[in-house]
Design a protein around this ligand. Structure first.
Ligand code: GLA
Ligand code: ZN
Length: 676
C-alpha cells in the first residue's frame, strides 16, 4: 500500500483551471494567490473529461501540463483526479449504456454528474483508457502527490447489466436458490424463487418487502462501487504507485455505501464535510456531529485522513447558506486536524462563473482578489497549518469506541416497526456525544472491527449481528472490557432473520444477562422515567424495551406505566468485564452522567486531565507521535471558557507561547498545545 506522508499538514482545494482556460493571465493570478494563501495541494481534473478528451480518442493534455508545471515550479503538489464523476456528451450520445437507469427501469438522459452505470463494459473501458493516459503522462511529474479517484462515489443503477451482476453476486453468496429462499424467509407472501434468473434488484416499483433482499441489494451497490474503484485504481497503477483515495461524504456519513468496504482499495481515507455552522448555540451539537464523522473517517484505516473538501465560507445548497462567522474558519479547520486530518482542503479554489455552483463559497470570489474576508481567513489557516508540521502523521489513540455499522443502519431502516423513524444514527451519535463531553478520544467503528485495543465499547441499537460480532463482544467482555448495549440489540442475524429464543440473540443475551420480551413505542407526549434507588430520575421514551433479568443486576427501573419497576438500566459481570444494557431511549443528560461515571471508573484517558465533564461548547482531542502529544482545545461557543490542563508545561504551537496549568479560550477560539 502506498503511504501518504508529506511531512506537513497540507492546504488547498478543488481547482478547476479548465473552466478558465480562455481568460488570459488567470493562471498567473491563481499561482500568485495560491502562494499568498499558503495553498500547497490542489485537486485538479475532477470533472475535466470533456476538456481532456473533447472527441472520442482525441486528447488535449496541454492545459493540464501547464497547470501541473506551474504548480510544481511554485513547490506545490496536486491530487490528480480521474474524471469518471461526469462524462462528455459524445459518450452518452454514442454509447447510451453508460447512462444510469432509475429504479423504475427508465434510463436517464445525459447530464449532471454521477449519472453513470458502474457495470457498463463501455464505461469501464473508457474510464480505464483515460485513467491510463493520465497515469502514463503524469506518473513522474514532480507535482503529483496522489490520485483523487472519481468524486464522491454514490447512487445505484438498475440497468439489465447491473441486475445480472447482482444475480451473480447472489449466486456467489448463496450457492443455490433454496439457501437464498431460506435466508429471505421466502414463503412469506409467496416470495420463493425457482431460479436466480427470477431475482430482481430491490426497487420501490418492485420487490421492496423482503428485508434480506433489500440488504443484499445495498451490499451489492457497495460491492459494485468498490469493484469499479478497483478497476479505476488498477488502470492508474499500471504507471503510478502514488497513493489513491476517493473522497467520501457527509456529517452523518452517507449511508448509500458502506465505506468500510473500501479499506482494501484506499491508501488514505479522504472526506468532504459541510457542517451547517450558525454562529450560535447550535454549533455545539454541530461540532460534535462533525467530529463524529471525522472519527469515522479516521477509524476506517486507523490512521490520519485527509479533509478533501470543506467550504471556506458558505455553500449554495443548504436551506439557508449562512456565512461562517469570524473565527469559525480557523476553528473548524483545526477541528479536522484535531481528529486526525493531515490536510485542510476546500471546495472550491476559484468560484465558477456559470452553472450550478457559481454561488458556492470559494477561496477566490468573483471579485478576483485577495482583499476579501474569506481570503484572509484562508490565509490565516494556511499560516496556522505551517506551524503544525510536527502533528502531520500523528495518530489519534482512543480507548473508547462506538459501533456505527452500515449493515445495521440499513437493516434498521428496512425494518417496519416498532416505529417508522427509529433514529438509529441519532442514537449512536447521542452516545458518542456523551463520551466526547467526558473529554476522551473516541473511535467510531464497524461492528466487525477488532475490539481488543479498547477498554470501553458502546454498541447502541446493534439490531443486526454480522458473523463473528457476538463472539468478538464476548471475548472483549471476558477479557475485562466494558460493553454498553441498548434496546433493539441482537434482534436479527446478518440476513435480517430474527433470532429465535429471545433477544438479545446470537449469544449477546448471555453477555448482557437480560432477555427482552416486548418493545413499546411512545408518542412524543408520552414519557417514562429511568429511576435510580437514590431517587435520581431521567426522562425516557420513544422506544422502551420490557426486559427481564437473567444474570444481570438492575441499576435503575422504569418509573411509570404498566412496566414500572422493570429494569431500565442493568449491568452484568461477564468474565473479567462488565456489560451494561440501557432499555430505553433516554434524555441526553442520562447518557452524559452514565458515561461520565463509567469513564472515570474505567480510567479512560482524558488528555486534558479533567475529571469533571468539559464545559458546554468545549472539545478536546489528542494526537500523538512517539512521545510527542498534541492536544487541541476548542471552544464552539460564544462564551469565553477556562480549561484546566493536566501537564505543567505546553508549547502553544500557533503563538509559540508557553502555557501551563490552564488555557483561557475566547469565544470560537482554538489552541494547539504540545508537550513531551
Ligand atoms: C460535493 C462535491 C463538490 C461540490 C461540493 C459543493 O462535496 O464533491 O464537487 O459540488 O459538494 O458543496
Ligand atoms: Zn447499470
Amino acid at each position: 500500500m502506498a503511504q501518504w506522508n508529506m511531512g506537513k499538514i497540507m492546504h488547498g482545494g478543488d481547482y478547476n483551471p479548465d473552466q478558465w482556460r480562455h481568460i488570459p493571465g488567470i493562471l498567473d493570478e491563481d499561482m500568485r494567490l495560491m502562494q499568498l494563501a499558503r495553498c500547497n495541494l490542489m485537486s485538479v481534473g475532477i470533472f475535466s473529461w470533456s476538456a481532456l478528451e473533447p472527441q472520442e480518442g482525441q486528447y488535449d493534455f496541454g492545459w493540464l501540463d501547464e497547470v501541473l508545471d506551474r504548480i510544481a515550479v511554485g513547490g506545490g503538489k496536486v491530487f490528480l483526479a480521474t474524471p469518471s464523476g461526469a462524462r462528455p456528451a459524445w459518450m452518452s450520445q454514442k454509447y447510451p449504456e453508460v447512462l444510469r437507469v432509475r429504479p423504475d427501469g427508465q434510463r436517464n438522459f445525459h447530464g449532471a454528474r454521477h449519472n453513470h452505470c458502474y457495470t457498463s463494459p463501455v464505461y469501464r473501458q473508457k474510464v480505464a483508457q483515460i485513467n491510463e493516459k493520465l497515469a502514463q503522462r503524469y506518473a513522474d511529474h514532480p507535482a503529483l502527490a496522489g490520485w483523487h479517484i472519481s468524486n464522491e462515489y454514490g447512487g445505484a443503477c438498475w440497468c439489465p447489466r447491473c441486475q445480472e451482476a447482482f444475480r451473480q453476486f447472489l449466486k456467489e453468496k448463496y450457492g443455490d436458490i433454496q439457501t437464498l429462499n431460506h435466508a429471505y424467509w421466502a414463503d412469506f407472501w409467496s416470495h420463493a424463487y425457482n431460479d436466480f434468473d427470477q431475482v430482481e434488484a430491490s426497487s420501490p416499483y418492485g420487490e421492496h418487502s423482503v428485508d434480506g433482499l433489500t440488504l443484499d441489494w445495498k451490499r451489492f451497490v457497495t460491492h459494485q462501487t468498490v469493484d469499479f474503484m478497483r478497476h479505476e485504481v488498477a488502470a492508474v497503477r499500471k504507471y503510478s504507485d502514488k497513493p489513491a483515495t476517493a473522497n467520501f461524504m457527509c456529517i452523518y456519513p452517507y449511508d448509500g455505501l458502506d465505506y468500510w468496504k473500501f479499506r482494501d482499495v484506499l491508501d488514505v481515507v479522504s472526506w468532504d464535510l459541510y457542517p451547517m455552522w450558525r454562529g450560535d448555540s447550535n454549533d455545539y451539537a454541530m461540532a460534535a456531529r462533525t467530529s463524529f464523522s471525522q472519527d469515522v473517517a479516521r477509524s476506517i484505516l486507523g490512521k490520519p485522513w485527509l479533509l478533501m473538501e470543506s467550504t471556506p465560507s458558505n455553500t449554495n445548497w443548504m436551506e439557508v447558506c449562512k456565512l461562517k462567522r469570524p473565527g469559525m474558519h480557523l476553528l473548524s479547520s483545526l477541528q479536522a486536524v484535531a481528529h486526525g486530518a493531515d490536510s485542510v482542503q476546500y471546495f472550491q479554489w476559484r468560484k465558477s462563473r456559470g452553472s450550478a455552483e457559481k454561488h458556492h463559497g470559494a477561496v477566490v470570489d468573483h471579485v478576483g482578489s485577495e482583499h476579501t474576508r474569506v481570503f484572509q481567513d484562508v490565509m490565516q489557516v494556511g499560516q496556522a497549518l505551517e506551524k503544525l508540521d510536527s502533528v502531520a502523521g500523528a495518530q489519534v489513540r482512543a480507548q473508547a469506541a462506538v459501533i456505527f455499522d452500515w449493515d445495521n443502519r440499513w437493516a434498521i431502516q428496512a425494518a417496519q416497526g416498532p416505529r417508522k423513524d427509529k433514529q438509529a444514527d441519532e442514537t449512536v451519535f447521542e452516545h458518542y456525544f456523551a463520551l466526547r463531553k467526558c473529554g476522551v478520544n473516541v473511535d467510531v467503528i464497524d461492528s466487525q472491527c477488532d475490539l481488543s485495543g479498547y477498554q470501553l465499547v458502546a454498541a447502541p441499537m446493534l439490531y443486526l449481528l454480522k458473523p463473528g460480532v457476538s463472539e468478538n463482544i464476548r471475548k472483549f467482555a471476558q477479557k475485562g472490557g466494558t460493553f454498553v448495549a441498548t434496546y433493539l440489540s441482537g434482534v436479527t442475524d446478518e440476513n435480517s432473520l430474527c433470532f429465535l429464543g429471545g433477544t438479545p440473540g446470537g449469544g449477546l443475551g448471555e453477555v448482557l444477562g437480560v432477555w427482552s420480551e416486548e418493545i413499546d413505542a411512545l408518542y412524543p407526549q408520552d414519557q417514562n422515567a429511568v429511576v435510580f434507588p437514590d431517587g435520581r430520575s431521567y426522562r425516557c421514551g420513544f422506544l422502551c424495551e420490557l426486559s427481564h433479568l437473567r444474570t444481570a443486576r438492575a441499576l435503575a427501573v422504569y418509573g411509570s406505566d404498566f412496566y414500572a419497576g422493570m429494569p431500565a438500566l442493568t449491568v452484568n459481570d461477564f468474565g473479567a468485564g462488565q456489560a451494561y444494557y440501557i432499555a430505553a431511549r433516554t434524555e441526553q443528560a442520562f447518557l452524559d452522567d452514565f458515561y461520565q461515571k463509567l469513564t472515570l471508573e474505567k480510567q479512560i484517558e482524558r488528555p486534558a486531565g479533567n475529571l469533571a465533564p468539559l464545559e458546554e461548547g468545549v472539545f478536546v482531542s489528542q494526537r500523538e507521535k512517539g512521545t510527542v502529544k498534541t492536544i487541541f482545545v476548542m471552544n464552539f461557543s460564544a462564551q469565553a471558557k477556562h480549561v484546566a490542563l493536566r501537564e505543567k508545561s505546553y508549547t502553544d504551537l500557533l503563538s509559540g507561547a508557553c502555557v501551563s496549568g490552564a488555557v483561557d479560550l475566547a469565544p470560537w477560539d482554538v489552541r494547539v498545545l504540545q508537550y513531551c
